[in-house]
Design a protein around this ligand. Structure first.
Ligand code: IMP
Ligand code: MG
Length: 178
């Protein structure tokens, strides 16, 4: 795709190589017991499918829809579950699969919700992390890449629903800001 506003930040090859490493590391860290991968719609779908196939063990896959309102720089944010899980988490090892951790508002809220369902353990894997933007604390156990405070698209990430199907992560020039 040739778009003059896009600049490749992380290539498709770099993404796939890092996901293979993450899959192996996570498989080693969970040698037994059920492992539930919880994909946060929609952006993390692309990461989930590659990560699940890089795992050296069985996994369950489930989906959760979240919408975040008032994500302006000064807002504390309001999060709503728009699609809930199909499978119970009671006694399960849970790994939340997210595309990017930015302010941390979404995952901070979500962890709170999921903890009430009495999983055995709960961790987060995120393809991308923008630590400079954090306003709520979130412990991310597995990070694909730390990136600077730039608006990125591709590999699941969108701007106004566009660019999700790029195979690389790209910086979008003239970045929009909530
Ligand atoms: P948080 O609650 O601010 O951590 O929000 C994380 C969510 O914001 C991600 O799941 C993305 O949907 C979205 N997001 C954050 N940064 C970017 C970006 O650079 N590009 C596209 N979406 C982003
Ligand atoms: Mg998201």
């Amino acid at each position: 795709m040739t778009d003059p506003n896009l600049r490749v930040l992380i290539s498709a090859e770099q993404i796939q190589a890092r996901i293979r490493e993450l899959g192996e590391q996570i498989s080693r860290d969970y040698p037994d017991g059920n492992l539930h991968l919880i994909c946060i719609l929609k952006g993390a779908v692309f990461f989930l499918t590659d990560l699940a196939r890089a795992m050296k063990r069985d996994v369950f896959v489930d989906f959760m829809g979240i919408s975040t309102y008032g994500k302006g720089k000064t807002s504390s944010g309001e999060v709503k579950v728009t699609k809930d899980l199909d499978i119970s988490l009671e006694g399960a090892n849970v790994l939340v699969v997210e595309d990017i951790v930015d302010s941390g508002i979404t995952l901070n809220y979500l962890l709170h919700v999921l903890q009430q369902r009495r999983p055995k353990s709960i961790r987060i894997v995120a393809l991308l992390d923008k630590p400079e933007r954090r306003v709520r604390p979130v412990e991310v156990s597995y990070v694909g890449f730390q990136i600077p405070d730039q608006f990125v698209v591709g590999y699941g990430l969108d701007y106004a629903e566009k660019y999700r199907n790029l195979d690389a992560v790209c910086v979008l020039d003239d970045p929009p800001r909530a």
